[in-house]
Write a protein that binds this ligand. Structure first.
Ligand code: ZN
Ligand code: ZN
Length: 335
């Protein structure tokens, strides 16, 4: 059998156009222009936060569960579906960085602290960038009372976890899936890349996740640029989705400026809305903003853009919404 097109010699590539890593000169050009223009500007107002509804979150499991998503910050979402609790790209640390003393710092605490979480059954990790794969958070979760969640990760990362004492890990290629109770968890393609250090670029896979449960179907994009991958995902799952597209899609809306640098790896709000449409999602939650200052747009700009563009498209607020950090949205049960 021939290898899938995204498997190359010793590394992985995207489906829809190879990712060209930016050069050091380009990084310097970006940072020089940003410094000259004083970017990113400080937010106009504080990022909305609210105390999490811990009583609801803790009681929300098993047969009486109401599907729900709670935004913890950045791409970290507590998703409750299929009677279980799942976390996406958990980061609770002070910095998204290999160092505890340098690198992008959290602008506000997680909406739910690690110690306040309910029992977590599964963790999905989209790729190995520091703002998505945070070792201290994963280690703490692996040692939660009652035993480690199942970590579902892209190809090449299982050995990384196991070398760090996290044993309950399954790694998937694009379109492969793993069952856990009522959940069927698929890794799906995204337009992105990977690197943890200086010599491991594209050596482990990246992706998004499609999670199917009888009461809810959830999509998590991870980090991604815009591509035809999302139409492919809709086509691939059309049979399972005859009752309607994903009940909830978690789509990044932040970390997109400047476009010449970011477009190949991070969508802007316009492209996030296109992903929502390509997927045929019934509703989407905008994530990957408001927590870490990674790029040139100000931390609170993505939801303003979303509000404007949603209005231009005549979309309802609850078709593509944002939450306060700590906020929960209950999702109607799928029939
Ligand atoms: Zn990334
Ligand atoms: Zn990211």
């Amino acid at each position: 059998m021939s290898k899938p097109a995204h498997h190359r010699d010793g590394h992985f590539q995207n489906n829809r156009g190879d990712f060209e890593p930016k050069s050091l000169a380009e990084v310097i050009r970006w940072k020089w222009h940003a410094a000259r223009q004083g970017l990113p500007k400080r937010p106009l107002a504080p990022i909305p936060t609210q105390p999490a509804d811990l009583a609801f979150i803790h009681a929300n499991h098993g047969a009486t569960q109401q599907p729900a998503v709670t935004w913890i910050g950045h791409a970290t979402v507590l998703a409750q579906l299929g009677g279980l609790s799942l976390l996406t790209d958990p980061i609770f640390s002070e910095r998204a960085s290999p160092f505890s003393f340098a690198g992008p710092k959290r602008e506000q605490p997680p909406g739910v602290a690690l110690a306040e979480l309910p029992h977590i059954d599964a963790v999905v990790v989209s790729h190995n960038h520091y703002d998505h794969l945070d070792l201290p958070s994963c280690r703490t979760l692996a040692h939660q009372p009652g035993g480690s969640p199942l970590f579902v990760v892209p190809l090449g990362l299982k050995a990384w976890f196991q070398a760090r004492g996290i044993a309950r890990v399954v790694e998937l290629d694009w379109w492969q899936s793993e069952r856990l109770g009522e959940l069927e968890i698929f890794l799906v393609p995204a337009q992105h890349w990977s690197a943890r250090g200086l010599n491991d670029r594209m050596k482990t896979l990246w992706g998004g996740f499609a999670v199917f449960a009888p009461d809810c179907q959830l999509f998590f994009a991870g980090d991604t640029g815009y591509s035809r991958d999302f139409s492919d995902i809709r086509e691939r799952f059309a049979e399972r989705q005859r009752a309607g597209g994903f009940d909830i899609a978690l789509i990044p809306i932040g970390a997109y400026e400047p476009r010449w640098f970011m477009q190949s790896q991070h969508v802007n709000v316009e492209e996030a809305l296109k992903i929502h449409a390509d997927l045929g999602a019934q509703r989407s939650l905008g994530v990957h903003w408001g927590t870490f200052e990674l790029t040139d747009e100000s931390l609170d700009e993505p939801p303003r853009q979303l509000e404007r563009q949603r209005a231009d498209l005549g979309m309802a607020e609850d078709a593509f919404f944002t939450l306060a950090v700590g906020g929960t949205r209950r999702i109607p049960r799928r029939r």
